[in-house]
Design a protein around this ligand. Sequence first.
Ligand code: NAD
Ligand code: FES
Length: 281
Amino acid sequence: MFKIVNKKQLNPVVVSMTIEAPFVARKARAGQFVILRVEEDGERIPLTVAGYDREKGTLDIIFQPVGATTKKLSMMNEGDYIPDFVGPLGNPTVFEKGKRYAVVGGGVGCAISYIVTKEIFEAGCEVDAIIGFRNKDLVILEEEFKSVCNNLYVCTDDGSYGRPGVVTKTLEELIVSGEKYDEVITIGPMIMMKFVCLTTKKYDIPTTVSMNPIMIDGTGMCGGCRLTVGGETKFACVDGPDFDGHKVDFDEAMRRGGVYKEFEKHAYEEACNLLNKEVAE
Ligand code: NAD
Ligand code: FES
């Protein structure tokens, strides 16, 4: 059993939790993920590592309740226990000393961009962070980012805060103005990563994307997380989650990601009804 030692609401929709999991925290690195269950016979969900403290033996997860399980998880509190919490799974994000990076994060994906930026910066690399949100109320981790990058660019789609427009607008403006990046790493909604890759392709900048498709076992056995990368089938859980973004078939990945949307919507509504009933009783 894994204790929730801290819970914070980062914005009206995004929740951060710190979990006591010393064996997971001991080895976790940016880019890896955990698979958890909130009930013994519940659904398994993957969540990317958002932070770790090896001395305290804790791991951070940051998520938005979008499905039944994340809804149930968001209703848990400090002192509650998560029955299953397995990890770290997948491969850590790879970076090289001496290179200059731009990390591009979108929405709740910025939680993962933060730990990736931090690891790269602490390794002595130069790194700029470009983080995008739909509006000012959804901005998360701005102060935290400031201390782990050379330049931070906060963008909002509606222009209510920071630079107006989506992240690709700022990324392209920076490239055109002469900023040189050896590599771009991007984490967020699939559609954003697709457009970041289309932008960097024009300027021939290698780009890594963090894919988070549907996962079941997280060990390469079920095939649930398969993707096409460079014409080959890859499993995000064991071959990734990071891939060369210029080779990923995003359209197929987005189609596959949409297959369970209707089912997930029903499960989410059911979970909400159940939880509301429990609260009322
Ligand atoms: P969102 O829809 O609010 O978008 C966030 C930002 O992405 C926008 O503000 C914009 O700057 C950019 N963006 C969106 N569409 C774009 C486009 N067409 N072109 C250019 N930029 C675009 O994001 P959200 O609702 O917070 O969703 C977060 C997503 O991140 C979820 O889909 C989740 O699955 C994913 N996620 C991925 C990981 C990972 O490890 N890869 C981790 C956490 C979350
Ligand atoms: Fe089953 Fe990747 S989650 S193969």
